[in-house]
Design a protein around this ligand. Structure first.
Ligand code: FAD
Length: 308
């Protein structure tokens, strides 16, 4: 019920207009989105890097409905990578790309278009000396996204992928992707998924996260632990010590505007702490869809607004 209400709100132009003008909505956007322009993303990155954190930047825009829109998103990433390089930030900031934003869902040759545009972004990232991570979306795209990751890694071995602990398949995917050279972000998963493919119970998801974290940390790759969950952060810290993992051989990741004090604590203790920074003018759908995909995120947003 709540989900369908939020989903219809995410596509309602009048609500979008109202939200753009309402002060509380602006405050929410300002807290979770770096801004609308490339300069805003670069400024936020510069601040984060200045405080000892690393960054991955997401250009907002998942509902790509035609090739021109996919191309515009690709171009925005190219401009962003150029700007990061010009600002001397490319060593500390990479980009996160949703294949849907570069055309994956387009009818016909969407998959091909997305791979071509993702390749262009990777080539630019290589030129400026940074990396790319492919975000993971709903389970209907998991195989396609992992296939694209494999293809891209043939030319750009540093391309990172994301695995979602709530999917029942993910332990097996972690084993496949825990080898030398791989960069895997482990998150709980943000989409509403059916029972046959995903654990529904939060405790089950947390247990799966720990099993997956063990596989990744015992492997030879570079794991990226994306969670705000204090219990999971503690467990990852303990697993890293038990497995003699140097702080430089893995990283923590959190979202822009969420648990800032904890981000700073982890960075100050010598850990690699990367912040996921969304920017762009399509923030309305992004924020509302986040809430709709997983109502638990309502609590996360409420907590973030009342805490630092
Ligand atoms: P939750 O279960 O949401 O929260 C667990 C606990 O964390 C809470 O009970 C609370 O104790 C604590 N907590 C959370 N927020 C706060 C706060 N503001 N203040 C104090 N305590 C707090 N999902 C995808 O499906 N695909 C992706 O590609 C993807 N990429 C991501 C990248 C990054 C860097 C991050 C951080 C998340 C990403 N996600 C992605 C989203 C992810 O899957 C989860 O939906 C989201 O992170 C919430 O899960 P959580 O692990 O933080 O735990």
């Amino acid at each position: 019920m709540l989900r369908s209400l939020l989903l219809s709100a995410s596509r309602n132009e009048k609500l979008q207009q109202l939200a753009s003008e309402a002060a509380p909505a602006r405050a929410l956007v300002d807290r979770f989105v770096a801004g609308e322009r490339t300069e805003d993303a670069v400024r936020a990155t510069s601040d984060l890097v200045g405080s000892g954190r690393l960054v991955t930047i997401d250009r907002l825009g998942e509902d790509t409905t035609d090739r021109a829109q996919a191309e515009a998103t690709r171009d925005a990433y190219l401009v962003l990578l150029h700007a990061l390089s010009a600002a001397g930030l490319a060593a500390s900031a990479e980009v996160s790309v949703k294949l849907s934003a570069v055309g994956q869902a387009l009818p016909g040759d969407g998959e091909k278009i997305a791979l071509e545009f993702a390749r262009d972004i990777c080539a630019k990232a290589a030129e400026v000396g940074t990396t790319v991570t492919l975000d993971m979306e709903d389970h209907t795209t998991t195989d396609l996204t992992l296939g694209a990751l494999r293809d891209l890694r043939a030319d750009f071995p540093w391309v990172g992928g994301v695995l979602q602990a709530y999917l029942r398949r993910t332990e097996a995917d972690c084993r496949d992707l825990a080898g030398a050279g791989s960069r895997i972000r482990l998150c709980k998963g943000a989409y509403r998924e059916p029972e046959n493919v995903a654990y529904q119970d939060r405790a089950e998801v947390d247990k799966a996260y720990v099993r997956c974290a063990k596989i990744l940390i015992q492997g030879d790759g570079y794991p990226m632990f994306a969670t705000h969950d204090p219990r999971l952060v503690d467990i990852v810290e303990a697993l890293a010590i038990r497995n003699d993992r140097a702080p430089s051989s893995f990283e923590y990741q959190m979202l822009y505007g969420v648990r800032t004090d904890e981000q700073l604590r982890l960075a100050a203790e010598g850990n690699r702490m990367r912040v996921y920074v969304p920017y762009g003018d399509e923030w309305y759908g992004y924020l509302v869809r986040r809430l709709a995909e997983r109502p638990a995120n309502l609590t996360l947003l409420a907590r973030a607004l009342t805490s630092k």
